[in-house]
Ligand binder design. Structure first.
Ligand code: KMH
Ligand code: ZN
Length: 465
């Protein structure tokens, strides 16, 4: 980690009447940006011994109104340090709010038990080389140590909770997954659906070129019907491995109505990654059955295959079930969650839902979004803005635009990659994705033949240590 990454500064100020600009004593968004400017300045002073310059905001989201009388706490964290550029993530929270209710005194105000996030932003500052007063010690931000509650006299005061850690991770790496076929999409719906091993491999390679580092894989019988056949998976995985270096993530969900033994067959190919579906839901008109014993059985099989699990969560309770598996020793870090949003019968594809789901996973876990149909584009773009990973492809959505079929999954991947880059995310190659997901690096090319033979017998993908 480069010097200064993770350096954090927090300021707290009261918005006064002079800050109110609009009707209802609403404060101007620019006032919050001015606070971020001061936070950035302190960060630069601590890092470089110079006030530096704010060059650009890459993203700004105003999430809740700020009014005169509110107390705002603004935090910034350095996420990247270049030769002269310093990238930062900012969050402003309301910790005290003026009450403003009819019949209540105009001076009434509440200290909030849960701070309200009012704004988030990403920005870049510069400190020209000649102004950097380095090498020097990076001085950590000063903050009062939290009081020891037990030592305080009765009645013990309520202490405003410490600032929440920013959701934005200190690195911008983004994993794009392409779900190229699925079990439900049909050739009648789109002629661009790959079915044979050769078609799957060609589509996987196109998606890799467009920016995908993971292929979420289902297979089909020659007539197009869904299958979990070990032989078909082995054929498809071999064809993909011959063409490209993506991570192959096999489905253990299969299609609605399949039993555990049938669904688990691709694990016999020793895939690098496999899905673990963390709960039962209505899946359209069917029931996608994942009883608690089945989930545990599948988790054990994934572990025995040496595969890394991706935790598919279609409801909030599925996250909690995954955490139970961790407590039971059936899952190990690093955890990678996939929030599947908008399945008819499952949780809705909405921003508030996603933010809540993110709030439920442990620190250090990674997460992505797969959203269905017309929700795919807006929800994956939101996920990318919030620091998550994203899955697109014909399994979940066949349209590029309203009424315009995507000519395969690759155009959907290309569009997601372009969006990611436009907001400063780095679309990673498969080898970096392996690192992020805790998958063992691919063997050097010279040993690839031997490794492939081993994979058919159930090679272990999970990185050691
Ligand atoms: N076809 C869905 C019923 C997975 O791949 O793990 C389940 C599914 C999930 O696609
Ligand atoms: Zn799937």
């Amino acid at each position: 980690m480069s010097t200064g990454v993770g350096l954090t500064v927090t300021l707290r100020v009261r918005m006064g009447a002079h800050d109110a600009h609009y009707a209802g004593e609403l404060c101007d968004g620019a006032r919050i940006l001015a606070l971020f400017g001061d936070v950035a300045t302190e960060l630069l002073i601590r890092l470089d011994g110079d006030e530096g310059l704010f060059r650009a905001y890459e993203a700004v989201e105003f999430l809740a109104p700020v009014r005169a009388g509110d107390f705002i706490e603004a935090t910034g964290v350095v996420t990247k340090v270049g030769a002269t550029s310093r990238t930062m993530a900012f969050e402003a929270r309301k910790v005290v709010a003026s009450v403003r209710e009819a019949g209540v005194a105009a001076s009434a105000a509440d200290a909030l038990a849960e701070p309200v996030i009012v704004c988030r932003a990403l920005g870049t500052c510069v400190v020209p080389k000649e102004l950097q007063r380095r090498p020097r010690l990076v001085l950590p931000a000063l903050s009062a140590p939290p009081p020891d509650h037990a030592q305080l006299p009765e009645p013990r005061p309520i202490i405003t909770p410490p600032p929440r850690i920013l959701v934005t991770p200190p690195q911008s790496a983004l994993i794009l997954t392409a779900a190229i076929v699925g079990a439900e999409t049909t050739r009648a719906q789109t002629p661009h659906l790959p079915i044979t091993a050769r078609e799957l491999a060609e589509e996987a390679a196109r998606c890799r070129d467009a920016g995908a580092s993971v292929i979420h894989l289902h297979v089909r019988n020659p007539d197009g019907s869904p299958s979990q056949s070990r032989a078909l998976f082995a054929e498809a995985i071999a064809a993909i491995n011959e063409k490209t270096d993506v991570i192959v993530q096999t489905s253990t969900g299969g299609a609605v109505g399949m039993g555990a033994d049938e669904r688990a067959q691709p694990l016999l190919c020793g895939p690098e990654m496999a899905t673990l579906n963390c709960g039962t839901i209505n899946f359209g008109d069917g029931i996608f059955d994942n009883t608690r014993p089945l989930i545990r059985d599948m988790a054990a099989r994934i572990r025995a295959a040496g595969s890394v699990a991706e935790l598919e969560c279609y409801e909030v309770g599925h996250i909690h079930e995954a955490l139970s598996l961790v407590a039971e020793g059936l899952l190990a870090d690093p955890l990678h969650f996939q929030f599947v949003l908008g399945v008819p019968g499952g949780i809705a594809a909405r921003e508030d839902v996603l933010r809540f789901m993110i709030s439920q996973i442990p620190q250090g876990a990674t997460w992505g979004v797969a959203a269905v149909g017309r929700h795919q584009r807006p929800m994956t773009e939101l996920a990318m803005q919030l620091g998550g990973h994203a899955r697109v492809g014909l399994e979940d959505n066949i349209y590029l635009d309203k009424g315009v079929l995507a000519e395969g999954s690759a155009p959907l991947v290309a569009r997601a990659a372009a969006f990611a880059r436009s907001i400063g995310r780095e679309v990673v190659e498969p080898e970096r994705a392996r690192q992020l997901l805790g998958i063992r690096p691919r063997v050097p090319a010279a040993q690839a033949g031997a490794a492939q033979a081993g994979a058919a017998g159930g090679g272990s993908a999970r990185a050691q240590g």
